[in-house]
Design a protein around this ligand. Structure first.
Ligand code: NAP
Length: 305
């Protein structure tokens, strides 16, 4: 086994301040409505919490009632006003209804966090058209439909706004095992650049935010199963640690804050430089089938996912 022990003078990047501290002044979002897709689990919930801590009224949109319940519980703990809306972001009419619900309760959202996405690892040769369509439909199309709804309403009202799209670094590098999600995230990153230019004149800033490895309890079995095969996740990062979710929340609140008003069309990677890793000598290639523990491809009876 490879020795991944960390030497005495290789402590990595320092740990962040604890959850509950904020990078921005109190009440930075006191008069703001923040709409988060997929804000009842994992990183979406962590991002929502940082806006709530800074005084925002929160709208959380997702499909499952248990996720909406979890969002409500988290926002209640922070005394943040919250509107939960059951919504599948693949459905443009449902998104429109969710924005109506926000307008009815708090007003038009000032900030849209496009966080919802779908993902599961599968070798490309095993991927069914349905798997491809589902991931692209949620991650890319859903992000566009939500952005369009937000943009149309602000342009019609003549009001400014701020969009943050949560991405992934395989938008640049590709991601073996994630052909569907990597392609969709590449589209999301590209959309940031287009919309930032189209909607800048209307006062709408559009940015991307890319998490590195941020393990959390809501991760799907597919993803945790892959992570479990890494025996020391911290030692596999140049930072010598994984991300702590408040670090992503702070970055999101900064991008949507008055202190970032001249930042638009940018995608900020928060991953301790993991995506820029290179080795002096290439390690041996392990196929994605081997990494996922899948048997050799069988064109006659392959296990389509
Ligand atoms: P997660 O816990 O699986 O969250 C995904 C969320 O999206 C869920 O709350 C889910 O809620 C919602 N969602 C999925 N499909 C939806 C749909 N059709 N309509 C509405 N909501 C939908 O994942 P996560 O790890 O927190 O990831 C959050 C974001 O960070 C994603 O964009 C992901 O690509 C990105 N990211 C995460 C990591 C990481 O290390 N965690 C790394 C890189 C990028 P419902 O099931 O209730 O709809």
């Amino acid at each position: 086994m490879v020795d991944t022990s960390i030497g005495a003078n290789q402590h990595g990047l320092l740990a962040p301040p604890p959850v509950g501290t904020s990078a921005l002044p109190d009440n930075t979002f006191a008069n703001a409505v923040v709409f988060v897709t997929g804000g009842g689990t994992g990183l979406g919930k962590a991002i929502a919490a940082e806006f709530a801590r800074l005084g925002a009224s929160m709208v959380i949109a997702s499909r499952k009632s248990e996720h909406l319940d979890a969002a409500r519980e988290a926002m209640d703990e922070l005394n943040a006003p919250i509107e939960c809306v059951e919504c599948d972001i693949r459905d443009a009419d449902a998104i429109s209804a969710a924005f109506d619900a926000s307008e009815g309760r708090f007003g038009l959202p000032d900030v849209l966090i496009n966080n919802a996405a779908a993902n599961f690892p599968v070798p490309a040769e095993d991927m069914s058209p349905n798997a491809w369509r589902t991931v692209v439909d949620i991650t890319l199309n859903g992000t566009f439909y939500c952005s369009r709804e937000f943009g149309r309403r602000h342009i019609a009202a003549g009001t400014p706004g701020n969009i943050v799209n949560v991405g992934a670094s395989y938008a640049w590098t590709g991601g073996p095992g994630f052909a569907h999600s990597a392609a969709a995230k590449a589209g999301v990153k590209n959309m940031v650049e287009t919309l930032a230019v189209e909607w800048g004149p209307a006062g709408i800033a559009v940015n991307g935010l890319v998490p590195g490895l941020f393990p959390h309890e809501d991760m799907t079995d597919d993803i945790t199963g892959s992570l479990d095969r890494t025996h020391d996740k911290d030692a596999c990062q140049p930072a010598m640690r994984v991300g702590q979710r408040q670090e992503l929340g702070w970055a999101a609140t900064f991008l949507a804050s008055p202190y970032a008003r001249f930042i638009s069309g940018h995608t900020l990677v928060v991953d301790g430089a993991n995506w820029q890793r290179r080795s002096m000598t290439n390690p041996a290639v392990t196929t994605i089938r081997d990494q996922l523990g899948r048997p050799p491809f069988d064109p006659e009876g392959y296990d389509q996912i």
